[in-house]
Every structure is written in C-alpha cells, then in structure tokens.
Design a protein around this ligand. Structure first.
Ligand code: KG4
Ligand code: ZN
Length: 341
C-alpha cells in the first residue's frame, strides 16, 4: 500500500488547526489562532474558545485541503486530538473528524495531544539516536520523557505545580507585559541583566528530579512588590529594572530545566535530547540545550518554531503511526480532558 494521506485536526485549546500529512511530508498545515480573542482576558476563556472553533473549523478544513491540492476523497484516515485539553474545544474537533470518517468510510485515529508534541521532533528528523530524552514544555504541561525504543514513551519527571509556559505567562501578566508571556519575555530578556536578581531553583525535599515552576513566579512577584516596580507598560516598553528581572527569571527557569534534562540524560544513558512544545520556541532554552548537549557528546533536536506551537501536522503524524499499528478509534470516541502519556 502506498503511504497513507492523513488529515489531522487539532482543537484542544485556542488554535483551530488542520493539516494534511503523508509520511513525513506536510502537504498543508493551517492554524487559526485565537490569541487576539483571549488577549484582553489574559488567558484562554473556554466558552469563547469553543465558539470560535465552531466558527472556524469548516473554513480551516477547506483551506487545508486546498493548500494540499486535494479533496476529502484523497484522505485515507482522519486523526484528531481527543485530549488533554478543554472539553468544549476538543469536542468541536472530534465531531468534525467523526463526521468526515463516517461519511468517507475511512479510519478514525484518536491522538493524545502530548504525544503529538513529543513526536513533532520525529516528524522533522530522521534517525534520532535512542534512547532519547524529551523535554516537553508547553502552556499546560511540562514533563520529561524517555523513549527507549521506537514505540515506548516513559515519563521520568513532571512538574509538580505550574507548567513552564504557564510560569512565563503568569510572570508576564504580573509585570503588566501582556499575553501570551513566553514570546514577550523571550524578546525582552536580551535587554536585561540576567545576573541582576537571584531566583533560587526549587529544592525537592525527597531528592526527586521532578520539576517545579511556581516558586520562580512567586519570587518574581515578591521582588516586583518589594521594589514597587511599574506594573503596567501601555507602550510595551518596560523600564530597565523590570528588564533585569525578566532576564533573571528567564535565565533561572532555563538553567533549571537544562540542569534537570542533563542530569536525567546521564542517569538514563540517553544518546539524544529532544525539545518540544510551545516553550521549545524559547531562544535561550534552545541555545543552552544545544551547548550542553554538545559538551556531553549528545545529539540535540529542537522542534522548529512552526511545529512547536499547537498544530495538526503533529497529530496527523502520530495518527499515521497508530494506523500502522491498527489502533483505530470508533465513532463512540469521547474527549478526555485530563490525559497523560
Ligand atoms: O504548545 P503550546 O502552543 O500550547 C499548549 O499546548 O499549551 O504552548 C503555549 C505556551 C504558552 O505558555 C507560551 O507562553 C509558551 O508556550 N511559549 C514560550 C515561547 N513561545 C511560546 N515560552 C517561552 N519562550 C517562548 N519563545
Ligand atoms: Zn500544545
């Protein structure tokens, strides 16, 4: 059989995304972002997200097929995110996927959003040396996984509180920078002195190598309050003291993640390190992981920025792997808002 062409649908949070993927060829990859809708609330409002997914899904689907130069007739299977995520938004994508699978009589593939992020690195790269250690850091999840072979994924560390992206978003919000925080902090950090403020990494009393980010956020808040730092920058131009705090926060969080990754890579005998999820866009994180990986003689793979954020190409790619294994879903497939790998 020739390589199946998979239609991917992703709607777990605030991006309505549809992609057409065949093997490792991304024939189209469309994303309608709702960032502007949620910006004034400083975070995703689930009801608004559901409504906007409903309004956009048909259009995004049409455009994705057009961009790929195909019609639904050419689709061999439909892959859709079934969790984790917001239940309303998830249901919009699931219903669309089920309808297409039913009408076209093709398999439905239910994909875990986190697995999509993790495998996005495999979609873009061949021959990743195993075992591979993956840091998956997004707005809702942050974990470190080990891939001992081509199929299995084992979680080896996870955040005990906030996700890494959530910490960036909350710090940006409390400093009056805007939303989402990650890209803003990433672009402002180089203009500050990262050694200006010391933000201590969390200490696990049980010696665990788990992650934790809420302490960094609290330290930033305390520091800002103590210094009575300006809390609103209408022109998007923070003062120097705030820039120093931003730079210090980013450097501390990045160093903490890199330290955990390198310690676990040694412990697990990993031969490569992979970065995925929205936080993998972070310039400092990418640079530090590349440098530390090189120093340790490990290959490093950071997903491209295009596939780091929520997208449907990664969902289609995981769907294709499931299709090969015969792991198809049926029309009773429900959304699972809380789901682990
Ligand atoms: O993977 P993603 O698009 O959505 C989720 O599944 O959560 O990740 C979004 C998160 C947000 O918290 C955003 O602030 C963060 O990724 N992010 C970044 C950067 N770009 C996006 N964090 C740090 N630096 C960035 N450049
Ligand atoms: Zn995501």
């Amino acid at each position: 059989m020739s390589t199946p062409r998979i239609l991917g649908i992703e709607s777990s949070c605030d991006e309505t995304a549809v992609a057409v993927v065949r093997g490792k060829t991304i024939e189209s990859n469309l994303i309608a972002s709702q960032v502007e809708v949620h910006r004034e609330y400083g975070g995703v409002v689930p009801e608004l997200a559901s409504r906007h997914h409903l309004e956009k899904i048909d259009l995004v689907l049409d455009l994705a097929l057009k961009r790929a130069g195909v019609t639904l007739e050419a689709i061999d299977a439909v892959a859709v995110t079934y969790g984790p995520g917001l239940v309303g938004p998830l249901l919009v994508g699931l219903q669309a996927a089920k309808a297409i699978a039913y009408v076209r009589g093709v398999p439905l593939l239910a994909v875990n959003h986190l697995e999509g992020h993790l495998r996005s690195v495999w979609l873009e790269n061949d021959d990743i040396p195993l075992p591979a250690l993956s840091l998956l850091a997004s707005g809702g999840h942050t974990s470190i996984y080990l891939s001992p072979d081509e199929e299995s994924i084992v979680e080896v560390a996870r955040t005990r509180d906030d996700a890494a992206g959530e910490a960036f978003d909350k710090v940006a919000k409390l400093l009056g920078l805007g939303y989402p925080g990650g890209p803003l902090i990433d672009s402002l950090a180089p203009s500050g002195d990262a050694r200006a403020v010391r933000l201590a990494p969390p200490k696990m009393s049980d010696g665990s190598l788990d992650l934790s980010f809420s302490g960094f956020k609290t330290s930033v808040l305390r520091h800002a309050q103590a210094r009575d730092l300006e809390r609103d920058f209408p022109a998007g131009e923070p003062d120097q003291e705030t820039r120093d705090l931003i730079a210090s926060f980013q450097a501390s969080v990045v160093e903490f993640m890199v330290e955990r990754v390198m310690t676990l890579a040694r412990r697990e005998g990993a031969r490569s390190i992979c970065l995925s999820g929205g936080v993998a866009c972070n310039t400092a994180l990418r640079a530090r992981v590349a440098a530390e990986g090189k120093a340790a003689g490990l290959r490093t793979f950071a997903v491209s920025r295009q596939l780091a954020v929520d997208n449907a190409a990664m969902i289609a790619f995981v769907g294709a792997r499931k299709l090969r294994r015969g792991e198809t879903a049926d029309l009773s497939q429900n959304a699972v808002p809380r789901l682990e790998i």
